[in-house]
Design a protein around this ligand. Structure first.
Ligand SMILES: [Zn+2]
Length: 346
């Protein structure tokens, strides 16, 4: 017995923190967070049908002084996982005794969809097209309202972490409003293949209706925000995660939150605009170009066949560009995506 007791005492410190030990909270009360601490909480968003709280994991690292407040939000689309691992690795590495400012890191903001391997929310809505949400709206609107009011209002800077959708692959690329000096700097600190200039602000119509993205919502609030696309859905990609980590650590160094030299990444390809090229018939599509490949106008990009293998169509690049993303699922009906073509300037 005695030996068993000693063994348990020795083993427990290595088992880690059980989830039961982490309390859930109604609000993120930053005033209550002690300086030089790293805290984990379950933040309540809504209730489920059993009147139980539906919560999301939030890690708060608070330095000696509370400013600036940097938000890292992963997986508003529930099948986009690489950002979750980026956050976990970054938080593990931070020494809260040496930290400055406040980090609010959310490894999985759309918890319900993550556990169901789904991109969309439980009501089939895209949470990232439903900002600002509605306090008394439908299911997705109320969830978005919680994100907007409980999280975005606390932030000075925001990094919005995504990947490609099901059936597609992405390079590591950043969407950012490059005319804004702060945002351009945030984008350049990423170890990205491509930086795509994308204004991010909602159209007048989107300002009236609740259809904007989280990035648009942040920017309307005056919070500098970039969206980072970390590769492919529903997988962990170690190389992408490592590069993602470098980019976020660079931002924290630049904001003087950590004392680490900025690891200057290679110059990305800068694109002023981009668009998808779609198929014009249904069938089996073979995309013959690679991610990040630079293409010339007229170059073959894909071949479409019917189920018997007969060629129905060949698709050619409409202008010089670079492959930002591409389809990985051969089966397509009319309007299926072929490649996401970036038009680069450098
Ligand atoms: Zn996404």
């Amino acid at each position: 017995m005695k030996l068993l007791h000693i063994l348990i005492v020795l083993i427990i410190p290595f088992v880690g923190i059980s989830q039961e030990a982490i309390e859930w909270q109604e609000e993120l009360d930053l005033e209550q967070i002690e300086p030089n601490t790293k805290q984990r909480i379950w933040l309540k968003m809504i209730d489920d049908g059993m009147s139980h709280p539906i919560t999301i994991p939030v890690i708060i690292v608070r330095g000696e002084k509370p400013e600036p407040v940097l938000g890292l939000v992963a997986a508003i689309h529930g099948n986009e996982l690489n950002g979750i691992k980026v956050i976990q690795e970054i938080v593990e590495e931070i020494d809260e005794k040496e930290f400055q400012g406040t980090l609010i890191a959310i490894p999985g903001i759309n918890g319900i969809s993550i556990t169901q391997h789904r991109r969309r929310y439980i009501d089939e809505e895209d949470l990232n097209r439903n900002f600002p949400g509605k306090e008394k709206g439908n299911r997705s609107q109320q969830y978005v309202w919680q994100i907007n009011n409980k999280i975005l209002t606390k932030l000075d800077y925001l990094i919005d972490m995504h990947t490609a959708s099901f059936g597609r692959e992405n390079s590591l690329y950043v969407r950012a409003a490059l005319q804004n000096d702060t945002i351009r700097q945030m984008a350049r600190l990423q170890d990205a293949d491509i930086v795509l200039n994308s204004n991010g602000l909602p159209s007048t119509n989107e300002q009236i209706t609740a259809t904007r993205t989280m990035r648009a919502e942040a920017m309307l609030k005056g919070i500098p925000c970039i969206t980072i696309e970390y590769g492919n859905p529903q997988v962990y990609q170690p190389e992408i995660i490592q590069r993602g980590r470098t980019g976020i650590e660079n931002i924290m160094s630049w904001l003087k939150m950590i004392d680490k030299e900025i690891d200057h990444p290679e110059e990305p390809v800068i694109c002023q605009k981009s668009y998808w090229i779609y198929v014009e018939e249904g069938g089996y599509l073979e995309v013959v170009v690679d991610l990040k490949q630079k293409l010339k106008k007229g170059e073959l990009i894909a071949v479409m066949r019917n189920p018997f293998g007969d060629v129905l169509n060949r698709y050619y690049c409409p202008e010089d560009g670079i492959v930002i993303g591409k389809s990985s699922n051969p089966i397509n009906m009319n309007g299926g995506r072929i490649i996401h073509l970036g038009i680069y300037i450098n």
